[in-house]
Ligand binder design. Sequence first.
Ligand SMILES: [Zn+2]
Ligand SMILES: [Zn+2]
Length: 125
Amino acid sequence: MFFIAFFGVQDKEKYIGTYNNIVCPSCEKLARYEIHKVYRYFHIFFIPIFRWNVRYVVKTSCCSCLYELDPFVGKEFEKNPATQIKKENLRRINNYSPFKHCLNCSADVPAEFSYCPYCGGKLQP
Ligand SMILES: [Zn+2]
Ligand SMILES: [Zn+2]
């Protein structure tokens, strides 16, 4: 099978703000959270068509641990930076790159794909 790569999926990351005076859940140092909004969009001929998978990712300033923030709290924080972020709103994640790497053609492909849309090769799970 062969596909022509006139469409694609891209991820965007936007810095929203910092949240000060927290005790890091990982290393227990006094630190701050850096909040990023991450979303994915689908484009055809590089024109963004739709956006989905909006997530809020929090990074600690001390040890760069990553957490996924409850999207409801993330949305609130975006509107009002005084919003409280509690430990219970965070979920530990290892990285927020939703991409797999195609060994065949070196393309970055969304993690939920089983086959590479560029070369049709099967992707490692
Ligand atoms: Zn830490
Ligand atoms: Zn490929």
